[in-house]
Unconditional design. Structure first.
Length: 191
């Protein structure tokens, strides 16, 4: 087994355990056991659990971006770009429930709060396609006159709740419901 394979196995085990049991319910020894590596081996790849948690988040974020950007055009009308990004994000969560459960936990933890603050309130060079879209919408007065973090929460909070309830089996999101969900999010933030 190569070093890259071991690292991948550790990340996969961590994803599963964090999603199932939470950050506090998944000690490094349990992650190593699930990954099929020695308890000391895990520390060759990740200095501590906090670094593992952040590295896993960064890997998932790298997976999401190409998925949501597939077919995206920054030349499209504003509403079409909003619908595209929101529906692609929701589809990603539907197709990757473990990723969703991990990301939701991450964003509601101290790790995620600091990360979101940095991205939304933003340091230079840390813009995301979502932040850029919302900043454009505010400049063009396409979106309601509300603070950027509030607009993002109003647009994507319901999307996250819908993804969670789909994953929990409260209803099934088909293509029609995905589109209707994103259109409802659009109606919430548009002027």
């Amino acid at each position: 087994m190569t070093k890259q394979d071991k690292r991948h196995d550790i990340l996969r085990a961590a994803l599963e355990l964090f999603a199932e049991q939470g950050f506090h319910g998944a000690p490094m020894a349990l992650i190593a056991e699930r990954a099929g590596v020695g308890a000391g081996t895990i520390y060759r790849y990740f200095e501590n659990r906090d670094i593992l948690i952040r590295d896993l988040f960064n890997e998932l974020e790298e997976d999401i971006l190409p998925f949501i950007m597939d077919g995206y055009s920054d030349k499209a009308p504003f509403r079409a770009r909003f619908i595209h990004l929101g529906s692609r994000l929701l589809r990603y969560f539907i197709q990757n429930p473990l990723h969703f459960r991990y990301l939701e936990q991450f964003h509601n933890s101290p790790f995620g709060v600091a990360h979101r603050r940095d991205k939304i309130l933003g340091n230079e060079g840390k813009n995301t396609v979502f932040k850029e879209l919302f900043e454009q919408g505010a400049e063009q007065q396409v979106l309601k006159d509300l603070p950027l973090p509030m607009l993002i929460a109003l647009a994507f909070g319901p999307l996250l709740a819908v993804a969670r309830d789909h994953i929990l089996g409260f209803f099934h999101l088909d293509e029609d419901l995905v589109l209707k969900t994103i259109e409802a999010c659009w109606d919430t933030v548009k002027r």
